[in-house]
Each structure stands twice: as structure tokens, then as C-alpha cells.
Design a protein around this ligand. Structure first.
Ligand code: BDP
Length: 754
């Protein structure tokens, strides 16, 4: 007789097995349309017949002991996923009832897991890690999903599903995982009115006007998606914060969201506006040393923890781009962070205090965060982490790592990456950010000799910090596909996977994501992963080659505007960064210039300061060079190299389009078409970038385009005038004129063939 719980779940499992089979290209039948709403959590039936047989034999029912909401969630994920992948009902039992049980639990929740005496091996994976492996239970072959905590079991369940989605073998299964960074946090820049700063995927996911009573089903799916990649925190609101989020009724809404996310191991954090004691507290000051201000924050923290016992903490943008902060009261950043750190006390919350600061008229903008923060090292408070953007400027397609990494040994530092592509083409450009994230994490700061990577600074190991965090500015919104484009999902995925394992390669992560999102057909996996891997460099090439940065249009940061030079704040002007004139191009940051290189440890400083060793990718970031200087790498002059790179970037998009055409019929028609449309738009926009930039730099240098390259489609004035002709909304100028015709190849023919 089957136990009642098993019977009930059998019914549920039967409903879920309507999942479609993974398409077999052999049948020639195109897969059914999808809208992308399932993200990478798709569970079509495994296509490889032998693998399917193995799976059906090795995974016959789910056995869970323990009743926490988290364990129930893990069980539900396994039932949903296994039913779909195996194309058969996946029953649930209290005990292994046959060969092939999937046994999940912790030593505390499950006698079966306890009986396996996993001891030191389990201890080694820590509070969130897991072991997923074949075992013998009561003389029967089984697969265990074991962890020290319930959330570890959930992460392990997703690891098992991922393994099966990729159709990997289950004989002698031995998966384990453990994160090195404790807090892996999405930063949502969502506003109370439902808009999203730098959001390109519709409106905010949070329906504040309906909360706390009405809970959108998307909240749970959001939690599932995050848990599947190990993200364990979410800052719900914009760093340019509204103090009202800390008001009592708003906190009830936050608490309702926290309740949905909690079973999935996700803690809620809030961006705190530094002047909140004035704006919602009725105090006359927000001076961090004022006793009434300190008391106000202590009370506020107590109120928050009353409603949200696992509250993650505060994210703070202070004295940056007009936000209030301790400097308004002649205090410094450490004074502000320490005050909040003290207020949080021993409740388990942290302060993520951002180092994104620059004065409007100071010296070289990229020097300023270091100059301001380094002297404060070690003074931020026991619960504080200083959150540093990956580069010293601002989320550019490429920039060097921030010199703060490695320079503040007595302060835990969090890495802030931007998942939303503010400077990389927003929604329409396909740019897989895995290679960018990997480049940053593996950058060697040399703070304590070779091997002092940014990853080791951030995970706390380099300088022995117990607190560690990594943040990703989210790209998630109300769009049905969550992220504005299907391929933007890969950036959310890559952030989570790299935050979990900072050693993971962008290449492997792309492979995983493609298999889960588009299927295991080798004729899809190979070209699509290749296309992804080259996509970020393509963007660098057609927007900001050779170490150029911040050439984007004012405010919306979309499209080329290298000619802009008259904005009030000098560092908002693209011309501030390229410094192009008759003599050459690039920003001299060596000793003869701003000497920003001095902020790096000696081996890095020497590499960046030397034209022979800086590398082409950062050349113009650190050096002002003559147009006719030759690059050792290619033998081209700087001007020729610019022409080459802008053109290569455009033609790379053309190749991406061709590669995508090759998967038609092997992925579903709806998503295929949506990606193809965006790639066409990207191709036009890449051409726009190239043509406008080359026209402008030609006018400054007085040089003609080298022979063989396709001439720009329009005169410089045409591009400069676009801003006037095409009104920009919050995101981008809407210029139908850019999208006419079909972009032609731009490289000289012999180059194009290479
Ligand atoms: C810049 C964005 C701006 C953000 C700011 C920040 O343009 O919208 O508020 O960063 O990170 O990149 O605070």
C-alpha cells in the first residue's frame, strides 16, 4: 500500500508530466514555442534514449525526512524537475521503497542521511554546501542529496537537476559544492513608483501597492531561480533610496516578500537613505555622531528585526551623485558605516557601504574612491563591508579592476558587478558578461604577492576576514522573460554561478546555461556558446576599443557621443575620457599625467604604466598615444587599429547573426525569432557606433579611413544631430533612421575573411 502523502504527490506528479519532450532534430519537428518565463528551470524530457533509461532506473522516487518549508521546497523542485526530465510521475515516500530512491536531508532531519556517517566530508562543505552522490541505503542503490542545513539540501537538489538537465551520467555520481563568498546578493535598483533605474526589462517585479496582502506568483519563481544558482540575498530597492521604504507600513510589505523568499534561503536587504532620520524620523539632523540619530537607527533596526528576523542588512550610497551622507555633517564614510554597523549589533545584519564616489570637479575621476576610502581602512565597524564596483570608473564594457581591491587589508570588501547592461547596449545587445566577471575575479592585485586575486580579496581569504559579499545589480523586471531579452538571462545565471564558485569559467557556465535554456542538441550548444563567448569583446570593439571608456550618450548611456564636451561636470563628458586631439588619443594616467597608476601595487603599476606591457585592451585607458604610433601586436598604427577594431566589432555581430540563423528549427520558433530580431537591431546599432565614432575621430585626427574599410554611412553631422532628431526616453534615443537597410560588411575583404 502506498502511503497517502505518496498518493497525493503521485497525482501532482502526473499533472506535471505534460512537459514537452526535448526536441529531436531527427524528427524535423520544431520544438513548441516558449516565452522564456521558465528561465533555465526547464525540464523537457531527456532526449537521449540510453540516458533516459539510466535515469529512470536510478531515480525512481523521492524520500524526504524533515518538514521545514525549505525541505518541502527542495522536494517540490525535485518532483517537478524529475517528472519532466524523466517523463514519468515521480512519487514521494517516507522510506526508500525500491531501488533508485533520491534521499534528501540533513543529519539532523534524516536518520537515513545520519546513517551514512558523512562526518568530515559533510563538515567540509559548510553551512550552504552539499553532497550529491550515489550511496547504498538499506542494501539498495540510492542517490543522496545531503547537507548540513536545509538550504544546503535545496542547493544540492538544484545541482542534481542541473546535472540531469545537461544529460550527464548518474552512475558513480559525486557532486559537491560550497560557496566561498558568504553573501551573494542581487541589488535591485527598483523605485517605489515601479520604475527601475537602469532597468531594461519592464517595470519592477515588486507590486508595492498590492503588498502585503497580494503576493504575485512571480515572487516564488524569482526565489526558485535565485536558489537554483545559489543567490542568497536581495536588496529590494534602489541605491538612490527613498527613505519611505523604512516606514512601518512599507516594512510590512517588505516582510511579506521576505516570507516568500525565506524558504529559498534568500534574505532581504534594504537600501537605506542616510537622511532617513530627518525625512521619516522627524529629527533635525542625520549626523552619525548625534546620540538621537544613533538611537533612531537602533530603534529602526529593532523594528525591522521584529518584522523580519533574518533581515540581511543595509546597502548605502552616501555622498555620491547628490545622495546625502555623513560628509553633510563633516563626518567621513567610516563614521557613517560604523554608526549603522553598531545599530545592527549582533543580529546578523551587515552594512554594505558603497565606495562609488567622485567629486564633480576633482582630479582624475577614477582616482577619487581610492583617495577617499583608503585612509579610512579598518574603521568601518564590525558589521560593515565596503562595496566596490569592479572598475574604478563605472561598469564600462572593459576597464581595469578597481585599485581599492587589495589596498584596504583591514576592511572586508564586496565586489559590485552590474548585471543590467547600462553601458553594454541595454536590452537589445547580446553581450554575455561571464567573460567580464571572470576577468575581474581573476585579476591579480598583487596585494600580497602573485595570486592575490580580486576573488581572494572578496572571499575574505587574502586578508582573513570572516565577512564576505558579492553584489550584482539586477537585470530583472516584469517582462515575461524576466530580463528584457532571452540572452540577458545568461547574465543573471552567470552572476549566481560565479558568486558561488569564483573559479568557475565563463565558458563552462555558458555551456551549462545553453543546455538548460536551449537544449542539449550539439548543433545548438556549440555555435551558441561560441557566439556568447565572443559577444562581450564584440561590444568592446564596436563601442570602446583599445581601452576607451564612457563614450556613450548623455544620461541614457546608449549610443555613441564621443563629441560631447560641454556638460557641467567634466567627467560626464566623453571627451574627458578619450582626450583626442590632433596629436593623439587616450588618457595619460602615468606619472606624466594623473598618476592613477600609482594606486596599484608595484607589479600592476609597472605593467599599466609601461606602453610595452599594458596590453592593447587598456592602452588608451592609461596612455595618451600618437595616431601614427604602431602597436607591436598587430603592426598597425593606432588610427588603423581603431578602424580595424570598430569594424571587427560590427562584423562579429554579423557572424553572431549567421550563427544564430544556423539553429533555426532546433530551438523553438518564438524565442528564435525574438533573438534574431534583437541581433538585427544590434547589428544596426553596432554599425551606428562604428560609423559615428570613426567619423568623429577622423575629424579630430585629420586622418582618412584606411583603405579597404566600408565608409561610414553618413557624415559626422548626421550622427551628432541624431540626439536632436530622435527624442530619448529614459533609456535610449528612438531613431528609426538607424534601422534602415541591411548593414554591409565593414572590414577590408582580406581582413574579413580571417
Ligand atoms: C551609474 C548609474 C546611476 C547609478 C550609479 C550608482 O548611471 O544610475 O545611480 O551608477 O551606481 O552607473 O550609484
Amino acid at each position: 500500500m502506498l502511503p497517502p502523502r505518496l498518493l497525493a504527490l503521485l497525482g501532482l506528479a502526473l499533472c506535471l508530466t505534460a512537459a514537452t519532450a526535448e526536441p529531436s532534430p531527427a524528427t524535423g519537428k520544431p520544438p513548441a514555442d516558449e516565452d522564456g518565463s521558465q528561465l533555465w528551470l526547464r525540464y523537457p524530457q531527456v532526449a537521449q534514449p540510453e540516458r533516459l533509461t539510466d535515469y529512470r532506473r536510478a531515480l525512481t522516487h523521492v524520500v524526504r525526512a524533515g518538514d521545514s518549508a525549505t525541505l518541502q521546497a527542495a522536494e517540490a523542485e525535485l518532483v517537478t524537475g524529475l517528472s519532466g526530465l524523466l517523463g514519468m510521475p515521480m512519487p514521494v515516500a517516507n522510506q526508500p521503497a525500491a531501488d533508485g530512491a533520491v534521499v534528501l536531508g540533513t543529519p539532523a532531519s534524516s536518520a537515513l542521511v545520519r546513517s551514512l556517517k558523512l562526518g568530515s566530508r559533510l563538515a567540509a562543505v559548510g553551512p550552504e554546501g552539499y553532497l550529491v552522490e550515489t550511496a547504498t541505503i538499506n542494501g539498495r542503490p540510492a542517490i543522496i542529496v545531503a547537507a548540513n542545513t536545509d538550504v544546503g539540501v535545496l542547493f544540492g537538489s538544484f545541482a542534481l537537476l542541473r546535472h540531469l538537465q545537461m544529460q550527464r551520467p548518474v552512475t558513480d555520481l559525486a557532486l559537491s559544492g560550497a560557496p566561498r563568498i558568504a553573501r551573494r546578493v542581487l541589488n535591485h535598483w527598483d523605485n517605489p513608483d515601479g520604475s527601475v533605474e537602469r532597468g531594461y526589462a519592464g517595470r519592477s517585479l515588486w507590486q508595492w501597492s498590492e503588498l502585503p496582502r497580494t503576493l504575485s506568483p512571480r515572487y516564488k519563481d524569482y526565489a526558485r531561480a535565485n536558489a537554483s544558482i545559489g543567490i542568497n540575498g536581495a536588496v529590494l530597492n534602489n541605491v538612490n533610496a527613498n527613505a519611505r521604504i523604512l516606514g512601518a507600513d512599507q516594512l510590512d510589505k517588505v516582510a511579506a516578500l521576505a516570507k516568500v523568499l525565506r524558504p529559498y534561503g534568500i534574505r532581504v536587504y534594504l537600501s537605506a537613505r542616510f537622511s532617513a532620520p530627518i525625512e521619516i524620523g522627524g529629527l533635525a539632523t542625520a549626523d552619525p555622531l548625534d546620540p538621537a540619530v544613533k538611537a533612531w537607527w537602533k530603534d529602526k533596526v529593532a523594528e525591522i528585526y521584529d518584522k523580519i528576523p533574518d533581515f540581511g542588512g543595509f546597502l548605502v550610497k552616501a555622498n555620491s551623485e547628490g545622495q546625502p551622507g555623513p560628509q553633510n555633517y563633516h563626518r567621513n564614510h567610516a563614521d557613517g558605516a560604523r554608526m549603522l554597523s553598531d545599530a545592527l549589533g549582533t543580529r546578523g545584519g551587515i552594512v554594505l557601504w558603497r565606495a562609488f564616489v567622485y567629486g564633480e570637479h576633482g582630479p582624475d575621476r577614477i582616482r577619487q574612491a581610492y583617495d577617499e576610502f583608503k585612509p579610512l581602512d579598518g574603521r568601518f565597524g564590525a558589521n560593515a563591508i565596503v562595496q566596490v564596483k569592479n572598475g574604478p570608473l563605472d561598469f564600462q564594457p572593459r576597464e581595469p579592476f578597481s585599485p581599492l581591491f587589495g589596498a584596504m587589508p583591514r576592511t572586508p570588501l564586496a565586489l559590485e558587478l552590474q548585471i543590467t547592461k547600462e553601458y553594454l547596449g541595454e536590452d537589445t545587445h547580446l553581450a554575455y558578461l561571464g567573460p567580464l566577471f571572470e576577468e575581474v575575479l581573476k585579476s591579480d592585485t598583487y596585494a600580497k604577492g602573485a595570486g592575490s586575486t580580486v576573488a581572494h580579496v572578496v572571499d575574505g581569504s587574502l586578508h582573513g576576514h570572516a565577512l564576505s559579499a558579492i553584489s550584482g545589480v539586477a537585470n530583472i523586471g516584469s517582462d515575461v522573460n524576466w530580463t528584457g531579452s532571452h540572452f540577458n538571462q545568461a547574465n543573471w545565471y552567470a552572476f549566481g554561478r560565479m558568486a558561488w564558485n569564483t573559479d568557475a569559467s565563463a565558458r563552462d557556465i555558458a555551456d551549462e546555461w545553453v543546455r538548460q535554456t536551449w537544449g542539449n542538441d550539439p548543433a545548438v550548444v556549440a555555435p551558441v556558446t561560441a557566439l556568447m563567448r565572443g559577444s562581450r569583446q564584440a561590444v568592446v570593439d564596436y563601442m570602446t576599443p583599445l581601452g576607451l571608456v564612457h563614450q556613450m550618450g548623455t544620461d541614457h548611456h546608449f549610443g555613441p557621443s564621443p563629441w560631447v564636451k560641454d556638460l557641467d561636470v567634466p567627467s560626464w563628458n566623453p571627451a574627458y575620457y578619450h582626450r583626442a586631439g590632433r596629436d593623439g588619443i587616450g588618457f595619460d594616467r602615468t606619472r606624466s599625467g594623473s598618476d592613477a597608476v600609482a594606486q596599484y601595487a608595484p607589479p600592476v603599476r609597472e605593467r599599466f604604466a609601461n606602453r610595452a606591457t599594458v596590453g592593447d585592451d587598456l592602452l588608451l585607458f592609461f596612455h595618451h598615444v600618437g595616431w601614427d604610433d604602431r602597436l607591436a601586436s598587430s603592426g598597425r598604427t593606432v588610427w588603423e587599429e581603431l578602424a580595424y577594431r570598430y569594424s571587427a566589432g560590427v562584423d562579429a555581430v554579423q557572424s553572431m547573426r549567421a550563427a544564430w540563423q544556423g539553429v533555426q528549427g532546433r530551438v523553438d520558433g518564438r524565442r528564435f525569432g525574438e533573438v534574431a530580431d534583437f541581433l538585427r537591431i544590434q547589428h544596426h546599432e553596432a554599425r551606428w557606433w562604428r560609423d559615428a565614432s570613426l567619423q568623429y575621430f577622423a575629424s579630430v585626427s585629420g586622418k582618412a579611413l584606411p583603405a579597404g574599410y566600408a565608409p561610414p554611412e553618413h557624415e559626422l553631422g548626421w550622427y551628432q544631430d541624431l540626439a536632436r532628431r530622435c527624442p530619448a526616453d529614459a533609456h535610449k534615443p528612438r531613431c528609426p533612421e538607424i534601422y534602415t537597410g541591411e548593414p554591409s560588411p565593414t572590414l577590408p575583404r582580406e581582413e574579413g575573411r580571417n
